[in-house]
Design a protein around this ligand. Structure first.
Ligand SMILES: *Cc1c(COP(=O)(O)O)cnc(C)c1O
Length: 434
């Protein structure tokens, strides 16, 4: 983690050239292409603990943590061993196995109100299937989402706000039919009045309201508890289901996710990221009376060849067991607090306005002054320009942050005091140069 020369990353560049020939944009998920910050992506060769190494042999302290799953850090020994042991017994059976039952028992014991869960292979699948279930259970079509919340790339959820207060959705991507998007209503976060108006107008047609209770995909837009409580009350009153998308916050901000943190139990919750311990796992669940509407018990169809995959289940199970055994969630909160304390004087001294927004081990550097934004349109657009320069200064100093100003950072149990110190020193140096 020493100062490095500004030599070009020749090996990364060569790989990226090959990647662009055979992968659209050179990547398998758009943000990885670095379009938001400019320049070319680094190509990763390995990760260990809090560090990643690129193909040019440079190391970085990693605060992306694969966008959240790696709550224990890279290549955690116990997880690697659990994966190895599972793989040696066969990587997939397409039949019921012990590990999926054990992981289901574990997550239902940790998350409030969760009686039954179904595993899938990504967060997108989890939200897509949970929405279908909510529609099947209620016999209603309309769903409500909030501007600034991301729920994966399923058609009904890839919808942006149109103009107006409680807007009809507009497709947010080519290929999403208008007729699908029109079943989705978009509301601003943190707006009690807009919420009440919509429920007053068509509350009895709403199948579900989906929300990230800790919105962390468009900056970190921390919500007032009273707003989430209003959401709980209104959905209940109108017979709509409340769906907490805890793909980031679940098993991350605490054992029971945001539901436990706020003391608000949703009807359905979706999981991903941490629940798979770095392997592809998603899940959705709730009360048995709701979940038993799924096939084969009920009329709502949902299936998956690799769902409940034993290797992936082993990684998730070992990750959750380690967190429990080592009081991981308390340690992560302590680390988050420490980061806040260490960073405070540095941010205060900065000429460029920047503030730290944090919830447990999730953090976001907001390049703006004033109150921390609670809704998407409160984020200053010019923050992105400042972040561009900041990101590359950090990268040159051996710190890997998300290649977009709208993405959050994550701490893992592998991040030690020296890593936090390196982060703070690098932030201080970068801000000085801006
Ligand atoms: C990451 C994410 C998803 C999508 O999960 P994938 O595994 O990327 O499909 C859904 N909802 C939230 C809140 C997420 O952060």
């Amino acid at each position: 983690m020493t100062e490095r020369s500004a030599q070009p990353r020749v090996t990364s560049a060569a790989w990226f050239k090959r990647a662009k020939e055979c992968l659209p944009g050179g990547v398998n998920s758009p943000v990885r292409a670095f379009h938001a910050v400019g320049g070319e992506p680094i190509v990763i060769r390995s990760g260990r603990g809090a560090l990643i190494e690129d193909v040019d042999g440079r190391t970085y302290v990693d605060f992306v943590c694969s966008w959240g799953p790696l709550i224990l850090g890279h290549a955690h020994q116990a997880v690697v061993e659990a994966v190895r042991q599972a793989a040696e017994r066969g990587t997939t059976y397409g039949a019921l196995c012990e590990l999926e039952i054990e992981l289901a028992e574990t997550v239902t014991s940790l998350y409030p109100g969760l009686e039954k869960v179904r595993f899938v292979s990504s967060g997108t699948e989890a939200t897509m299937s949970a929405i279908r279930l909510a529609r099947g259970v209620t016999g209603r079509d309309v769903i409500v989402k909030f501007s600034g919340c991301y729920h994966g790339h399923a058609d009904h959820l890839l919808v942006a706000a149109g103009s107006g207060l409680a807007t009809f959705g507009q497709p947010d991507s080519a290929g999403v039919p208008e007729s699908f998007a029109s079943q989705t209503r978009i509301l601003p976060l943190d707006d009690d009045e807009a919420l009440e108006t919509l429920f007053h107008q068509e509350g009895d047609n709403i199948a579900a309201v989906i929300v990230e209770p800790i919105p962390a995909n468009n900056g970190l837009l921390l919500q007032r508890e009273a707003f989430l409580r209003k959401l709980r009350n209104l959905t209940q009153k109108h017979g709509a289901l409340l769906l907490f998308d805890e793909v980031i916050s679940g098993f991350r901000v605490g054992a029971g996710g945001a539901a436990e943190l706020f003391g608000i139990t949703p009807d359905l919750a979706t999981f991903g990221k941490v629940i798979g311990g770095g392997l592809p796992v998603g899940g959705f669940g709730g009360a048995g009376t709701i979940m038993d509407n799924l096939a084969p018990e009920g009329p709502v169809y949902q299936a998956g060849t690799l769902s409940g995959n034993p290797v992936a289940m082993a990684a998730g199970l070992e990750t959750l067991r380690t967190l429990k055994r080592e009081q991981g969630w308390q340690k992560l909160e302590t680390a988050g607090k420490k980061l806040e304390t260490m960073l405070a004087p540095i941010l205060e001294a900065s000429k460029t306005p920047v503030q730290l927004v944090r919830c447990a081990s999730v953090f976001w550097l907001a390049f703006q002054g004033g109150a921390a934004p609670r809704r998407a349109d409160a984020i200053e657009p010019r923050a992105a320009k400042n972040y561009r320069r900041f990101f590359h200064l950090m990268l040159e100093n051996g710190v890997y942050l998300a290649p977009s100003s709208y993405e959050v950072g994550f701490l893992s149990l592998a991040h030690e005091e020296k890593h936090l110190q390196h982060l703070c020193n690098s932030i201080s140096a970068a801000l000085d140069k801006m």
